[in-house]
Structure formats: structure tokens, C-alpha cells
Design a protein around this ligand. Structure first.
Ligand SMILES: Nc1nc2c(c(=O)[nH]1)N[C@H]1C(S)=C(S)[C@@H](COP(=O)(O)OP(=O)(O)OC[C@H]3O[C@@H](n4cnc5c(=O)[nH]c(N)nc54)[C@H](O)[C@@H]3O)O[C@H]1N2
Ligand SMILES: Nc1nc2c(c(=O)[nH]1)N[C@H]1C(S)=C(S)[C@@H](COP(=O)(O)OP(=O)(O)OC[C@H]3O[C@@H](n4cnc5c(=O)[nH]c(N)nc54)[C@H](O)[C@@H]3O)O[C@H]1N2
Ligand SMILES: [Mo]
Length: 742
């Protein structure tokens, strides 16, 4: 492992500005040199360019000629790097050696160039031809006792076309085992919104955000993870909006924004949040219940009467609020809550935005249902400037779900597939991410196939998950870059190197769907990193041809040759994609019944108020509640560098942010080295050697970076209903390391 010596400075209270430009250009330059940097970055999110692989934030109708985003630029540079990992690299590095390397080191080696195979018992990966690789996978799949003994994971960068073809292959093979990164991400949002509003997505457009009078940004760090959202918030502010930030950490991007696009946006920048509610981890359900309680007299009776269900019962529940619990859960004062409620009272339209700070808790689904209650109370759904805005992560994670990457597909989707292709897709539900790990651990699943992503690092309980993957017969990773999932493998292992989104694709353009349900085309222009790469669609189609031979149901060869053929099929299967090929180049918005018509396709046919019991997550004496977050220099498990500029950290990632009083209570000082120990009924889990950083987080809470801390998240610690790992509430104690590192 690399030596890390983190240096610590005070955190920043603004995001963006010239340092953001400088930092991005520095990384881009290191990865790809000057000419390629200019050529590549000018194509991001432009018409006829490629969709930024950074995040799912929408582009807006007026794309500026250099829609600049520091972290978008870094994501692009990682893919467009000129560094390469070829057969010589694998000959020089046995798999055991790769397994000792850090995520940072692995990612920095560059792009994968050729298919590689590790046969049983071999210490190394060796080159393998594409045809032999597909033969091997098909043989292993055919040898299974049942199609349900294989799982097919998807990360959220896969295009609509590749995702549609992939789920078709998997269902044609006979299973719904399609876990995806959503299971660890916005699954809780999907579950809560489907039940209450009848759609598993947000109900606002960019335009709504621009004209909202009040915007809540809850459990989200947009300065790092959705930098272009700051431009939208800035624009809303200029139109008079007020912003309430709800977060245990005073994230720089929430406080003040210096827009690098406008010279006048530099200087002191635009203050963003008008109010910062420094909430305790997991206090949000209490917060929204309390706000609703204070606003019951302002209920939009006409809306409630006409469009909702369950109001009376919910009103009784919220009227009878236990203030003591609210104050304990939130760590906020009653005055702060009352002032915030007054602000809501004065606002004609409210949007609530959120991300992982709400979705990765045991009661995440209930918390998001409470956000919906809060908005429904004043009719803040389905009219301009108002609604729910779950801010998505991966650039096409929302589109992948729309295309059927889902272990619990709705019957209507399967009916449509059956009608279009004339085979019977499996009807029983498949395994999600956590269930897939359990099944591999228990020997019930023998083949793992990953379409992108870094399964062993993104998932919880790293030691358990690694052992689970090592038990399988075959692991297949379709990847662009080296990561730890290549070093933790089954008896047989394959690495299948794929084309990235920045690269020319022989099948034509692909499409993606952003966080607000806009579908648009993405065209790669760079020469592929290696002549041996295949597009994801081709990988799916060639495997299908090997597996099914002449297939009377699906024209796989045509799919591979021309993605327009896939789009024609999508148009007939997925509602909202009519005339897909004609509309894709311009882009179009998917229908959204709550937003467009105030229609709520739920079980009751109305928007549902739900009663959610308020519990306080109490932590045993001496323990802290740990959240696992992203630094400014990473993209999930891809680590660009060891700094976290906005939080004042340089040259190291093994740090834990703790309130100074919580440190003092434990007799600890800033700069000491501790182990983080999570306690769970089945035993302890330990992450070693973290430098304490005295930091202005909420009391009783601490924060450290993912994926180093995934080892601490117990596999069985999941959100109710959504089964999402509770990555934002892990009970830990800090054990001081004895001097000398014992
Ligand atoms: N550059 C970059 N961009 C990215 C990513 C990346 O890694 N790097 N990842 C992408 C992906 S897949 C996703 S899902 C998104 C993630 O985007 P975010 O959700 O912004 O990512 P996290 O770092 O997990 O940050 C969680 C935020 O919620 C706060 N928080 C944690 N727990 C609570 C809580 O209980 N209540 C409240 N109110 N706040 C809480 C944390 O302090 C932190 O500010 O970003 C996407 N964009
Ligand atoms: N403790 C903790 N755990 C978490 C989270 C957390 O906040 N805390 N967040 C969760 C969330 S929100 C998410 S979304 C997951 C992310 O989980 P994943 O999506 O599985 O992880 P990534 O790190 O985004 O995957 C990176 C890898 O994807 C591959 N890749 C990149 N681009 C492409 C491409 O275009 N095609 C193909 N085939 N491969 C590509 C590269 O090889 C790269 O190494 O992690 C989850 N895990
Ligand atoms: Mo995510």
C-alpha cells in the first residue's frame, strides 16, 4: 500500500472558481497531454459531442460553449488517458500482487487493452481471443443447474442501447438476476416515490428548479458530486429563490459558489445557502415531520381533496409530534425549525433535492416518504417550481432502469418484452446486490458477470464480499480500467475491455437519460484506446450468439451492426420512446405523469400520504455514527488523487472527521491515529490506521471515505424495503493505536 501522510488545513467555505479550473486541467494534462485535453474537453456535453460520464445532472437547453465542470473534466480525463494496461503489465504483475495495491494505484495504470483470462490455479492473467472468451462464458453458463445460478451486475454508465440488449440477453437466458449500482444508491428513492407518487423518478425539470422559490438541498454534496448543479442553484438564487442546506457537514459547495464560467462569478462568489441546518446523521425524518407539524394549518385542501389519499391519518400522526425526540434526532433547536417552517410558509413553490445522505440509512425509504408528505401538504408536487428531485449519481443509472435493468421487473415490462420478442421471460424476481453477495457466499450463485463498475469495492462488508466472489466458478468484468474486482476473482476470471463513451463506436451514437428524464444522444469521437476493444453492445450480442446460436427471437447481429435497430425495439417495448430514432438526435423528455398532469399512477390512483413512525437512532455510549462519503478527488471507487480540497485534506485518504468535543470526550486529539471498529451482532469489523481530523461536523457523528471504510458496513445492515446498505449510518468506536503502530 502507498505511504499516506495526510496534511490538514481548515475547510473551505466556497466551491468552484479558478482553482477548480486549474486543478482539472492539471489532472487532464497528466493523463492525456495538451492537444488531447483541449480536443476532448471541448466535446463534453455539446450537441454532437458525448455525454459527460461524470454525473447525471441535466445539461439544460442552452449549453455554453465550454460547459466547464472540474469533476466532469477529471472523469473524462480518466477515460481518455493515454496510459495503457496491456498483456506485458499482467505478465509483470501476478494477481496476488494486484490484490495488495491501492485503488488509486490500480486506477492510475491506465486503460485496459485486450481481453485477459485467468485459468484455474494460474497466478497471472493471460491474453485470450474474444471468440474463446465468449465460448468460455457460454460453456460455464450452460453448465449451471439453473439460470438463477448466475448474476449479471450493471454499473450506471452503460448506455440505453447496451442496457436494453443486456437485460434481453439475461432474460432470454432465463433469469432476472440483474442487480445494479442503484441497489446501493437511489433504490430507496425509487421505492418511496413509486409507492407515494407512482413514479420511481423525480418530478422536476431544470426549469422548475430555476423558478422555485425555496430549494432544500438535503444529504448532498453538489460542489463535489454534481458541480453543474451549482450553476442551477446560482440561477435560481438570482431569480430570488432561497436555499436551505441540510447536512451534518458544512460542505463548501453549499455555502458559496464562484462560477468559473463568468468572470464576475469569481471574486467573492454567490452565497448559496440562506440557511444551513447542521443536522445529525439520520435526523431528516424528524426534521420533515416537525416542519409538516408546524405547517398543518397551511394545508392545500383543494389539492389534497382532489389528488391525494391518506391525509387524515397522516395529519393525526403528525399533529401528535414528540418534540423531545425531534430535537434529539436532529440535534437542531426548536427555534431553527420554527424559522425554517416560516420560510416554507412564505414560499409559493418548494423543491426538495437529495442524494446519498437520505438513501443510505435503515429508515431511508420512510424518510423519503416523509419528504413526499411534506411536499404534498402544500401541494408542492406537479406544478411549476415545485416537486421532488432525487439527484442521480452515475450518468445513465436512471436510463438503465428505464431499459429494464431491474431484478424486480414490473409485469407490464415483461409482457411487452414477450409480445415483441416472442419468448417467455422469467417472471420470478431476481437477486439484488446484497442478495447476490449472500448467494455467492453460500454457493448458490456460481457465475458473476459485471457490466462495468467495481463490484468488490462498491459493495459493503469487503471481507465477506471478497470471500463470496472467490468462491465462484467464473467472474467476468467488462471494464475500461483496472480495479480491485479484477484482483478478487473466481476459479476462472475474464477481463473484457470495453470502449468508453468518449470513443468512436462502430454501431453509431448511443443514448442516455439524465436525472430529470431527458433522453439524448452521445457520440464518441476519440480513437479507441486499443484496436482490440469492443463496444458493450457488441460484447452482449456476441455472447448472445455464442449462447443461443441462431436465435429466432432476437436479431443480435443486426443489433451489433446498427444501434438504430435496438432503438426501434426499445420504441415498441418501453413507454415514452415512440419514434425513438427520429427524436434521439434532438433529445426529448420522457413523460412524467405527476409532473405533466398531476396524475399519480399508484395503487390508490392518487398521491399517497404515508404514516412513518419516528425513531431516534441512538448510539451506545462512547460510540459515534459514521457516514462514508466521497472526497473531491474520486469517482466512486476510482481515486483520482489523494486530496480533498474543499475539506482541507492533502495527500491522504485515511482520515476520520470528528467534532472536536467528541474527540476530547474520548481523550483524543487532532492528528492521532485510530482504528475504526464497527460493532454488529455477528462480530466486529476493523479498518486500521485513520488520522483523526477535528472538524465542524454535527456532534456524535463522524465521516470517513468510501471505499476504504466499506469493510465496516455489515452486509445485513440494510435499509428496510430497498435493501440498500446503510453506508451513512454505521455505529463505530475509535480505538487508539498504541504508539509504534501496534
Ligand atoms: N466527482 C464525483 N461525482 C460523483 C460521484 C463521485 O464519486 N465523484 N459519484 C456519483 C454517484 S454514483 C452518486 S450516487 C452521487 C453521490 O452524491 P452525494 O450524495 O453528494 O455523495 P456523498 O459523498 O455520498 O455525500 C453525501 C452527502 O450527504 C451528507 N449526509 C450524510 N448523511 C446524512 C444524513 O443523514 N442527513 C443529511 N441531511 N445529510 C447527510 C454528507 O455529509 C454529504 O454531504 O454523486 C455522483 N457524482
Ligand atoms: N460505503 C459506501 N459504499 C458505496 C457508496 C457510499 O456512499 N458509501 N455509494 C454507492 C453508490 S451511490 C454507487 S452508485 C456504487 C458505485 O458502484 P460501481 O458503479 O460498481 O463503481 P464505480 O466505482 O463507479 O465503477 C468504476 C469502474 O467502472 C468501470 N467503467 C468506467 N466506465 C466504464 C464504461 O463506460 N464501461 C464499462 N464497461 N466499464 C466502465 C471502470 O473499470 C472502473 O474501474 O457504490 C456504492 N457504494
Ligand atoms: Mo450512486
Amino acid at each position: 500500500m502507498e505511504e499516506e501522510r495526510p496534511r490538514v488545513r481548515p475547510p473551505k467555505d466556497w466551491a468552484g472558481g479558478l482553482p477548480a479550473v486549474g486543478h482539472a486541467l492539471e489532472i487532464a494534462h497528466r493523463q492525456m497531454g495538451v492537444a488531447r485535453t483541449v480536443r476532448t474537453l471541448l466535446r463534453v456535453n455539446q450537441k454532437n459531442g458525448f455525454d459527460c460520464p461524470g454525473c447525471a445532472w441535466p445539461e439544460g437547453e442552452h449549453r455554453s460553449p465550454a460547459e466547464f465542470c472540474e469533476n466532469g473534466a477529471k472523469a473524462v480525463a480518466e477515460e481518455a488517458t493515454t496510459r495503457r494496461v496491456g498483456p506485458e503489465f499482467f505478465a509483470a504483475h501476478p494477481i496476488d500482487d494486484l490484490a495488495t495495491r491501492s485503488d488509486h494505484w490500480l486506477g492510475q495504470q491506465g486503460r485496459l487493452t485486450e481481453p485477459m483470462h485467468k485459468p484455474p490455479g494460474s497466478a497471472h492473467y493471460r491474453p485470450i481471443g474474444w471468440a474463446a472468451a465468449f465460448r468460455l462464458i457460454a460453456e460455464e453458463l450452460r453448465a449451471l443447474g439453473s439460470p438463477d445460478e448466475a448474476v449479471f451486475y450493471t454499473s450506471g454508465r452503460t448506455s440505453n442501447e447496451a442496457a436494453f440488449a443486456y437485460q434481453l440477453l439475461v432474460r432470454r437466458f432465463g433469469t432476472n438476476n440483474l442487480p445494479d449500482c442503484s441497489n446501493m444508491c437511489h433504490e430507496s428513492s425509487g421505492a418511496a416515490l413509486t409507492e407515494t407518487l407512482g413514479i420511481g423518478k423525480g418530478t422536476v425539470s431544470l426549469e422548475d428548479l430555476h423558478r422555485a422559490e425555496l430549494i432544500f438541498v438535503v444529504g448532498q454534496n453538489p460542489g463535489t458530486n454534481h458541480p453543474r448543479m451549482l450553476t442551477a442553484l446560482e440561477r435560481a438564487k438570482r431569480a430570488g429563490a432561497r436555499i436551505v442546506a441540510v447536512n451534518p457537514l458544512p460542505e463548501a459547495g453549499l455555502l458559496r459558489f464562484k462560477n468559473p464560467q463568468r468572470p464576475s462569478g469569481l471574486g467573492r462568489g454567490t452565497p448559496l445557502a440562506d440557511r444551513f441546518l447542521q443536522i445529525r446523521l439520520n435526523g431528516d425524518m424528524a426534521l420533515f415531520q416537525a416542519l409538516s407539524h408546524l405547517l398543518l394549518d397551511t394545508a392545500d385542501r383543494a389539492f389534497i381533496e382532489e389528488h391525494t389519499h391518506g391525509f387524515a391519518e397522516w395529519e393525526r400522526h403528525v399533529r401528535d409530534l414528540d418534540w423531545e425526540r425531534v430535537l434529539e434526532a436532529t440535534g437542531l433547536s426548536r427555534a431553527e425549525l420554527e424559522e425554517t417552517a416560516r420560510e416554507v410558509r412564505a414560499a409559493g413553490s418548494v423543491v426538495v433535492c437529495w442524494a446519498m445522505g437520505l438513501t443510505q440509512h435503515r429508515n431511508a425509504v420512510a424518510t423519503i416518504r416523509e419528504v413526499v408528505n411534506f411536499l404534498l401538504l402544500r401541494g408542492n408536487v406537479g406544478r411549476p417550481g415545485a416537486g421532488v428531485c432525487p439527484v442521480r449519481g452515475h450518468s445513465n443509472v436512471q436510463g438503465d432502469r428505464t431499459m429494464g435493468i431491474y431484478e424486480k421487473p414490473p409485469a407490464a415490462f415483461l409482457d411487452a418484452l414477450e409480445k415483441e420478442f416472442g419468448f417467455q421471460p422469467p417472471r420470478h424476481h431476481g437477486l439484488d446486490t446484497v442478495e447476490a453477495i449472500r448467494a455467492m457466499r453460500d454457493g448458490r450463485v456460481k457465475v458473476f458477470f459485471g457490466m462495468g463498475g467495481n463490484f468488490v469495492r462498491a459493495t459493503p462488508d469487503s471481507a465477506v464480499t471478497e470471500a463470496a466472489l472467490r468462491r465462484t466458478r467464473l467472474t467476468v468484468q467488462v471494464s475500461t480500467k483496472l480495479n480491485r474486482s479484477h484482483a478478487v476473482c473466481g476459479e476462472h476470471a475474464l477481463i473484457l475491455p470495453a470502449l468508453g463513451r468518449t470513443e468512436r463506436d462502430p454501431g453509431g451514437y448511443v443514448t442516455v437519460e439524465d436525472s430529470m428524464g431527458l433522453v439524448h444522444a452521445s457520440t464518441g469521437r476519440l480513437a479507441p484506446a486499443s484496436p482490440h476493444l469492443l463496444p458493450e453492445v457488441a460484447i452482449v450480442c456476441r455472447l448472445a450468439r455464442e449462447l443461443f446460436g441462431e436465435d429466432p427471437h432476437v436479431p443480435w447481429a443486426d443489433f451489433e451492426r446498427d444501434y438504430g435497430v435496438i432503438r426501434d425495439r426499445i420504441a415498441r417495448v418501453v413507454p415514452g420512446f415512440e419514434d425513438f430514432n427520429a427524436r434521439a438526435p434532438e433529445g426529448f423528455a420522457l413523460p412524467n405523469a405527476p409532473r405533466d398532469e398531476r396524475r399519480f399512477p399508484t395503487a390508490t390512483g392518487r398521491a399517497n400520504f404515508t404514516v412513518n413512525e419516528l425513531e431516534v437512532l441512538r448510539v451506545p455510549p462512547g460510540r459515534l455514527l459514521l457516514q462514508t462519503v466521497r472526497s473531491h478527488d474520486q469517482y466512486n471507487t476510482t481515486i483520482y488523487g489523494l486530496d480533498d480540497r474543499y475539506r482541507g485534506i492533502k495527500a491522504g485518504r485515511r482520515v476520520v472527521f470528528v467534532h472536536p468535543d467528541d474527540l476530547a470526550e474520548r481523550g483524543l486529539a487532532d492528528g492521532e491515529v485510530v482504528d475504526l471498529v464497527s460493532e454488529w451482532p455477528d462480530g466486529e469489523r476493523r479498518a486500521e490506521g485513520f488520522r483523526t481530523v477535528a472538524y465542524p461536523t454535527a456532534r456524535g457523528c463522524c465521516a470517513a471515505y468510501f471505499p476504504e471504510t466499506n469493510v465496516l458496513v455489515p452486509l445485513d445492515s440494510v435499509a428496510e424495503t430497498s435493501n440498500t446498505p446503510t453506508s451513512k449510518s454505521v455505529v463505530v468506536r475509535l480505538d487508539r493505536r498504541s504508539p509504534g503502530g501496534g
